[in-house]
Design a protein around this ligand. Structure first.
Ligand code: PMV
Length: 317
């Protein structure tokens, strides 16, 4: 049996401004999706968390319109595109495909900016290529993964699939992705974060991006966010780093993408942690808090009292 795992992602700084050419920083975190692939008489896809199961002839996957398959669309598209890639680049014979049972389980909450679908996609690509005995390097995996997101969503940014494939810390400039190494990476390795799932997202990323586009002060706000991103790259002190997170949050609030609940949790993160901000497109979803280990118990108590679901995490690299 093949077993592979992929992380989740968060945007540390620069969401929304990145759409306008400024840089953003994303990070892979240790919430994971696990994919197993094993021999089976028929091809079965098992989405354990959703309690959904699909049985489908393997040949059909190669020709289907993935968007007709609801919750299975990312996985089916990832299987299809991986098989096609292996046949054109790695000598896989599509007339001779073995059936398999593919099972996905995940710790990542869905639809809240943590990259749950990209993590399922990347796990599937890695699982299927391994099952058929082929090695794909990270560049190949990221490329197939980005193709899957574009095919399923119509339009996509490479942030999620790249961060989940390469892990660690990445700098994103439009669809140019660069790995961050050196002092910043070492500093982030020493940081503990809490991801707080505050509330369901009320709007899609594309809707929030469109609303921000109409904001009259957006250019000035983006410039300020851009400056924060540049400062964050040379700030290796938790106090200062936390302050930059707070400043980035305030600017996202000014853009109108925060909510009362997100602001409430950010306030808790400011008082009991080094700093906090919403992460991702906003309109609900998650807040990331930089933990001050000296005040961690108070932070956890406060979150529990307000019924906020949280996950401890660190960067994976
Ligand atoms: O919450 P997410 O993972 O969908 O992040 C969206 C980030 C934006 O900057 C708002 C959009 C983008 O494509 O970069």
């Amino acid at each position: 049996m093949v077993l592979v795992e992929s992380p989740a992602k968060v945007i540390l700084f620069g969401e929304h401004a990145v759409v306008y050419g400024y840089r953003a920083i994303s990070m892979a975190i240790d919430l994971k999706t696990t994919c197993t692939v094993e021999e089976s008489d028929t091809t079965i896809i098992n989405l354990k968390d959703l309690k959904k199961r699909l049985e489908i002839p393997i040949e059909e996957i190669l020709n289907l319109d993935v968007n007709e398959y609801g919750d299975f669309k990312y996985v089916l598209c990832a299987i299809k595109n991986t098989l096609l890639y292996l046949s054109s680049h790695k000598n896989l014979d599509l007339r001779d495909l073995r059936s398999f049972k593919l099972t996905l389980t995940s710790q990542i909450p869905i639809s809240c900016g943590l990259g749950s679908s990209a993590s399922a996609t990347i796990s599937t690509i890695r699982g299927i290529s391994k099952f058929y005995g082929s090695y794909l390097n990270d560049d190949e995996v990221a490329k197939i993964g980005f193709g899957v997101e574009k095919e399923v969503q119509g339009k996509a940014s490479a942030t999620d699939t790249a961060t989940i494939t390469y892990k660690g810390l990445l700098e994103i400039e439009r669809n140019n992705i660069k790995r961050i190494k050196g002092e910043l990476k070492e500093f982030i390795k020493s940081c503990k974060f809490l991801i707080c799932y505050c509330e369901e997202r009320k709007k899609k990323t594309s809707e929030l991006v469109n609303e921000v586009a109409k904001h009259k002060n957006k250019d000035e706000i983006f410039r300020k966010i851009g400056n924060i991103v540049e400062k964050s790259k040379i700030t290796f002190n938790k106090n200062e780093f936390g302050k930059l997170m707070n400043m980035n949050h305030n600017l996202l609030k000014e853009l109108g993408v925060s909510t009362l609940k997100l602001d409430e949790v950010v306030e808790i993160g400011k008082i009991y942690g080094y700093g906090a901000k919403l992460t991702g497109a906003g309109g609900g979803g998650c807040v990331i808090i930089l933990v001050d280990e000296g005040k961690e118990d108070d932070l956890i108590n406060e979150l529990k009292e307000r019924d906020v679901e949280y996950f401890e995490c660190r960067m994976v690299y």
